[in-house]
Design a protein around this ligand. Structure first.
Ligand SMILES: Cc1ncc(COP(=O)(O)O)c(C=O)c1O
Length: 368
């Protein structure tokens, strides 16, 4: 049988050498034109890189595919990772696919949907305290140090999605930049969310290797924006003592790849943009209601930054921006729980009346 379709192996020439790429069809995600949203924002063009469509719903599948392929190559008996949900889910899926056991240390505030999605896998999931809305820089450093030491003791592959801990695995994310280079080499700006800084660093590297001159924009929530504040010259190093943003996955006050990410932004001629948690919620809703695309809040941070830059004039109608939608909306539905619970069931006999009432509200295209 020949396995068709997506996967990292297409880019093997530019990736760390492995005999076999473990794949679940990651990558080759579509670049989708968001025309209705572009018109709303006064932009001529806007496109979204749909990392939401990876096998476990986030770009982390690119890291997991590369990491697990490397673990097999190196003969590691298993893997270990930290996660706010997405990395753990990706490693669980790809580790299982390769027959490699794994252990995941997951932040205590990881959303229910991500924790539930891990349950069917035969991997050990251990929640850890102190990595949450008010994470301190010390808590994160200690966790990552303990994971590295434990991995060394047992010859485990460190599947952490950071260049500082897993540089070869992170090369898998270069493929995001390679694909963008094929899909839209004319993109003027690439908006990315930044937490630890690894996603941005690798995507920018992929673009640079392919000589695409897009400006790379680091997007962070205002309550935890060490990279953007460092870029703005507000702080001497990309590190704050404690974060206070509700945006899960981006709660890293001392991003281990912060300096790498800042360097990549500067080299590309880009900048950093901060957004409030409320603006992130609004961007998430706007994307769903104008384009039908539901993303998780961490992904909506990049769109909120793009919206803010369009409003301030930093982006103009002449630009051709791309927003990387890093994770799918079904992974964190907490913001919508009240709306969904408000729906009350009807008797079938009430159905005609409900349709009639709703149909009266529809406006035909020429009336809109
Ligand atoms: C959906 C999503 N977007 C963005 C990020 C941030 O990526 P990085 O930590 O590499 O900056 C993460 C990290 O967990 C994520 O899960």
């Amino acid at each position: 049988m020949t396995e068709n379709g997506a996967g990292l192996s297409r880019f093997a020439r530019d990736l760390p050498p492995v005999d076999r790429f473990v794949s679940l069809g990651e990558g080759s995600t579509p670049l989708v034109s968001l025309e209705r949203l572009a018109a709303r924002l006064g932009l001529r063009r806007l496109a979204a890189k749909m990392e939401t469509l990876n096998p476990t719903g986030s770009y982390k599948d690119r890291v997991a595919a590369m990491s697990v392929s490397l673990a097999l190559q190196r003969g590691n008996p298993g893997w270990i990772t930290t996660s706010s949900g997405n990395a753990g889910l990706a490693m669980a899926a790809y580790g299982t696919r390769a027959g490699l056991p794994g252990q995941i240390f997951i932040g205590g505030s990881a959303p229910r949907e991500k924790r539930l999605a891990l349950a069917p896998y035969d991997v050990e999931v251990v929640p850890v305290d102190g990595i949450d809305r008010e994470s301190t820089s010390t808590a994160l450093s200690e966790l990552l140090q303990e994971v590295s030491l434990a991995a060394a003791r047992h010859d485990l592959f460190v599947g952490v999605t950071l260049h500082a801990f897993n540089p070869d695995g992170m090369r898998g994310v270069d493929t995001l930049g390679f694909e963008l280079a094929e899909q839209d080499p004319e993109a003027t700006h690439v908006y990315l969310p930044a937490g630890g800084g690894g996603l941005l660093t690798a995507t920018a590297r992929g673009l640079r290797i392919r000589s695409v001159p897009s400006r790379v924009i680091a997007s962070q929530p205002v309550g935890c924006a060490p990279i953007v504040r460092f870029l703005a010259g507000e702080i001497p190093v990309p590190e704050i003592r404690r974060g206070e943003s509700s945006i899960l996955s981006l709660q890293l006050p001392n991003p281990p790849d912060g300096l790498l990410a800042a360097k990549a932004v500067v080299e590309s001629g880009g900048w950093g943009t901060v957004v409030t948690d409320d603006a992130v919620g609004q961007a998430q809703r706007l994307l769903a209601t104008t384009e039908g695309v539901l993303v998780e809040p961490a992904a909506a941070v990049a769109l909120a930054a793009l919206i803010s830059d369009a409003a301030s004039g930093r982006l103009t109608a002449a630009d051709n921006p791309v927003v990387v939608l890093s994770g799918a909306g079904w992974k964190d539905l907490s913001a919508f729980a009240n709306d969904a619970d408000a729906d009350r069931p009807i008797e079938v006999g009430q159905l005609p009346g409900r349709v009639d009432a709703w149909a009266r509200t529809i406006r035909r295209p020429h009336e809109r």
